[in-house]
Design a protein around this ligand. Structure first.
Ligand code: NOJ
Ligand code: CA
Length: 698
C-alpha cells in the first residue's frame, strides 16, 4: 500500500518533504515541496480554494550550473512576526506587519552541496517569497539567464493587464479573460516614446485578476533592488504565468554576487475587492527606513507650469531652432518663440496663485536650456540641469517664492540620457539646494543612453535608487516619471514621494484615457506605491487651450475632484491652469481643502474596472474626505459614514455631478450642497457616466 501511495505521489510530481504554513488568521495556506526531480515548488490556497496550484521555482544561470532541479531539503525553519510601524506619510498612520514565515534551505549534491534558501512570508492578505544566495565557496558571482518562478493559476481568470514591455507602462489597461490576451495583444500595444515588447502573451505587474469563484488576486514584486524588473509570460494553454526578467544591452538578465537575495514575489489575495486596496503587503516586505531625520520629507500639493505645454498651448523650448548644442548655443542671441511658458513673470503668476490658495509648491518645466531638440535624437549631452534660459531668473524666483511662503519644484528631464544625468547629478542637486528647491520631478522620456539598456533592466533599477539616495543627501524629495514602477521602496526611502510609471493625466491631452482607467489603477499600479497622476483638470476640452488639439478629458469635472481621494498620493498636483480654476473657485475649494496625508482610510465599495468609493481621515485633524468614481456607466454610489465618531453631527459639503452631467457631452455640470451627517447617515449619490462625487466633512 505504502509503495502505491509513494508511486502516486511521484507520478503527480510531488514528494514527501512537503512543508506547510498558515497565515495568522488561518485563511491562507502555503505548501512547499520538492518534485521528483528535486525542483522546488509551492502552492497557495485561500479559504481552501486554490489560488496558485503547485508551481515550480528556480533560476537558470549562464556561467554556473543552473539552480532549477537536483535539490534536496537540508533544513526548514518556521517563525512568526508581528509589529506595527509608522510610515513617514501614507494612507494610515500605522501599519501592521504580521506574518508566519517558512525558510527552506536547499542544496544540490551534484554541485558540491551548493545551497540556496527560499523564504516564504504568509500574511493575512497574501504571500511574499524570495530567493536567497548565501555566501559560500561554491557560489560567488553568477549571471542570470532567466528566473523561472511560476504562478500556476486555478482558472482562466478575468485579468486587468498591460502588455509586457521592457521600457514603458504607459498603456491603457485591457480587461479580458487570460485566454484572450494573445488575440488582444496587437491592439493593446499603442505607440510610445520608448517601448520594447517581448512576447505575444507577456504581461506587466502588478497584474490584477478575478477568478470565476470571486477571488481577487494581484501578482507583483516588492523591494526591487539591484535586480531587473519582473514581467510575466502567460502559458495560455495551461494558465501558468512565469517570471520574465528584463535583459541588459547584451541580453543578460542579472549580475549577482553572493550574499544576495532576489526581490520578493508577491501574491495578494482576498474575496473582497476592497482588501486589495487596503493591503500593505508590498510595503511590509520592504526594509524599515534607515533615515534618521525625516523631518524634511513632507507631503506636497502643487501647481505647475506644465499642463499648458502638455496641451500644446505653450512650449518647453525657448525658440524655434531645430538644433542646439549644450554650452555652445548662445540663447541670448536667438529669437524667442513667444510661447515659452517658464519665464519669470509667468512663473510669478503661478506662485501668486499657489500663495493665494494655500498650495505648497510650484513645479516649473522648460526652465533649462536644451529643449529645442531634446526628443528622439539620442543626444548624449542634452541637458546640464543647471543652466536656465535667459528669461528664467532663478535667483529672483527663489526670492519671490520664499517671500510668499511657496516652495519651488525642480524639473530634471534626462531625455533617457542617464549617463549624462549621472555626470551632472551632484551639481544639479547642489544647484537646487542653493536656490531653494527641495523636490525634483525627474523624467526618462525616450530610449536609454547607455544605448541598448532598458528602462526596467538592472542597470536602470540601480540608477533610480542611486538618484533617490543621493537626493536624500541634499534633503531632496523625488518624483520620477517614466521610471520603474514602484515596489514599496518608499518605506525604506520615504523621499521617493511620487512616481509616474503608468498612463497619467497627460494622456487626456494625447487622445484620452479610458473612463475605467482610474477604477483600475488603485488595484494595479498603486499596490507598489503612489502615483503622480496629476488630477484636477476642469477645462475638459483641450481645444480651449490649443485649437489644434481635439482631445478631451474622459471624465466629468467632479470625477477629477474625487481622484484626490481615490488615487492616494502624498504628492498631489492641481494640474489645470490658474485662469481656469479662477472661473470655478467653488469647485476648486475641494482641491484647496483635501488632505494629502492620512490617519486612516476605509474602502466603502469597490470593484476593479467599475467603481471605487473611499473615505479617509486627514492626518492629525478632525476632517474626513470621500471620493467616489465610476467607469463609463452612470451609477448610484452608496455613501456611508460609519467612520465618523458616534453621536456627533458634522457638516458635509458634497460636490456632485449635475443631473445632466456626462463625461462626453456635459462634463462641467456640477452641483455643490451641504448636509448634516452622523455616523448613521447613508446617502445615495448619482454618478454620471465617468463621473464621481467628492465630499469634505468638518
Ligand atoms: C513626460 C512626463 O510624464 C511629463 O509630465 C513631462 O512634462 C514630460 N515628460 C517632459 O519632461
Ligand atoms: Ca510620462
Amino acid at each position: 500500500m505504502k509503495k502505491i501511495i509513494l508511486a502516486c505521489l511521484l507520478l503527480a510530481g510531488t514528494v514527501l518533504s512537503a512543508q506547510q504554513i498558515n497565515s495568522p488568521d488561518g485563511n491562507l495556506q502555503l505548501t512547499f515541496s520538492l518534485s521528483a526531480k528535486g525542483e522546488p515548488t509551492y502552492a497557495l490556497t485561500y479559504k481552501k480554494k486554490p489560488v496558485i496550484k503547485t508551481s515550480k521555482l528556480g533560476i537558470d544561470t549562464k556561467d554556473v550550473a543552473p539552480m532549477l532541479d537536483g535539490f534536496t531539503v537540508d533544513k526548514t525553519e518556521t517563525s512568526k512576526f508581528d509589529e506595527t510601524w509608522t510610515p513617514v506619510w501614507g494612507e494610515e498612520k500605522t501599519i501592521r506587519n504580521n506574518y508566519n514565515e517558512l525558510l527552506v534551505t536547499l542544496s544540490q549534491k551534484a554541485q558540491k552541496g551548493r545551497y540556496i534558501r527560499i523564504r516564504f512570508r504568509l500574511f493575512n492578505d497574501g504571500l511574499g517569497f524570495r530567493y536567497e544566495f548565501p555566501e559560500q565557496a561554491n557560489l560567488g558571482y553568477f549571471i542570470i539567464k532567466e528566473e523561472h518562478t511560476q504562478f500556476a493559476l486555478a482558472g482562466n481568470h478575468k485579468a486587468f493587464w498591460l502588455p509586457g514591455d521592457y521600457d514603458t507602462q504607459e498603456y491603457s489597461t485591457v480587461t479580458s479573460k487570460l485566454s484572450e490576451v494573445r488575440a488582444k495583444m496587437k491592439d493593446a500595444v499603442t505607440p510610445n516614446a520608448s517601448q520594447e515588447t517581448f512576447s505575444p502573451t507577456g504581461l506587466q505587474t502588478p497584474l490584477m485578476m478575478k477568478s470565476e469563484d470571486g477571488l481577487y488576486i494581484n501578482i507583483h514584486e516588492a523591494a526591487l533592488v539591484d535586480y531587473s524588473c519582473m514581467s510575466l509570460n502567460l502559458d495560455d494553454k495551461n494558465m501558468i504565468l512565469e517570471s520574465w526578467l528584463t535583459p541588459d544591452a547584451v541580453g543578460n538578465k542579472g549580475y549577482m554576487q553572493s550574499p544576495f537575495q532576489s526581490p520578493w514575489r508577491t501574491v495578494i489575495v482576498s474575496d473582497k475587492a476592497g482588501d486589495i486596496l487596503m493591503s500593505r503587503l508590498v510595503y511590509n516586505l520592504n526594509e524599515p527606513t534607515q533615515y534618521k531625520d525625516v523631518s524634511w520629507i513632507k507631503p506636497v500639493k502643487y501647481v505647475g507650469v506644465w499642463w499648458e505645454m502638455i496641451t500644446g498651448k505653450s512650449t518647453w523650448a525657448f525658440n524655434d531652432l531645430t538644433s542646439v548644442k549644450l554650452g555652445e548655443t548662445d540663447y541670448s542671441k536667438t529669437k524667442p518663440n513667444g510661447k515659452h511658458a517658464a519665464n519669470t513673470a509667468h512663473v510669478k503668476e503661478y506662485i501668486d496663485f499657489a500663495a493665494e490658495n494655500g498650495l505648497d509648491a510650484v513645479l516649473v518645466e522648460g526652465w533649462n536650456q536644451g529643449w529645442e531638440d531634446w526628443f528622439g535624437k539620442s543626444k548624449d549631452f542634452v541637458f546640464d540641469f543647471v543652466t536656465p534660459y535667459p528669461d528664467f531668473d532663478v535667483k529672483e524666483l527663489h526670492r519671490y517664492a520664499e517671500s510668499k511662503g511657496v516652495k519651488m519644484i525642480m524639473h530634471h528631464e534626462t531625455s533617457g540620457s542617464v549617463r549624462n544625468y549621472e555626470r551632472w547629478m551632484d551639481k544639479a542637486y547642489q544647484f537646487m539646494a542653493d536656490n531653494g528647491y527641495n523636490a525634483v520631478k525627474s523624467g526618462y522620456v525616450g530610449d536609454i543612453i547607455p544605448r541598448g539598456e532598458y528602462h526596467y533592466g538592472q542597470w536602470m533599477v540601480n540608477h533610480y535608487l542611486y538618484a533617490i539616495k543621493k537626493a536624500a543627501g541634499y534633503k531632496i524629495m523625488v518624483n520620477a516619471h517614466e521610471a520603474i514602477r514602484p515596489t514599496g521602496l518608499a518605506r525604506t526611502y520615504p523621499n521617493l514621494i511620487g512616481n509616474e510609471a503608468a498612463r497619467g493625466t497627460e494622456y487626456e491631452s494625447f487622445g484620452g484615457n479610458n473612463p475605467d482607467h482610474t477604477t483600475i489603477l488603485p488595484f494595479t499600479r498603486l499596490t507598489g506605491g503612489p502615483m503622480d497622476y496629476t488630477p484636477g483638470i476642469f477645462q475638459t476640452q483641450i481645444n480651449a487651450y490649443n485649437p489644434d488639439n481635439n482631445s478631451f478629458v474622459h471624465t466629468t469635472l467632479v470625477k477629477q475632484l474625487a481622484l484626490y481621494v481615490t488615487m492616494y498620493s502624498p504628492l498631489q498636483m492641481a494640474a489645470d491652469l490658474p485662469e481656469t480654476y479662477r472661473k470655478h473657485m467653488d469647485a476648486f475649494q475641494f482641491i484647496k481643502d483635501v488632505a494629502v496625508d492620512w490617519d486612516q482610510s476605509w474602502v466603502l465599495e469597490a470593484e476593479p474596472g467599475d467603481y471605487i468609493t473611499i473615505a479617509r481621515k486627514a492626518k492629525g485633524k478632525n476632517e474626513w474626505f470621500i471620493g467616489a468614481i465610476t467607469d463609463e456607466n452612470a451609477r448610484e454610489a452608496t455613501l456611508t459614514f460609519e467612520f465618523l465618531p458616534k453621536g456627533k453631527t458634522y457638516t458635509a459639503t458634497i460636490y456632485a455631478d449635475g443631473t445632466d452631467a456626462s463625461y462626453d457631452k456635459n462634463p462641467q455640470s456640477y452641483a455643490i450642497k451641504t448636509v448634516k451627517v452622523t455616523s448613521k447617515t447613508k446617502l445615495k449619490q448619482k454618478l454620471a457616466t465617468s463621473g464621481g462625487c467628492a465630499v469634505s466633512i468638518k
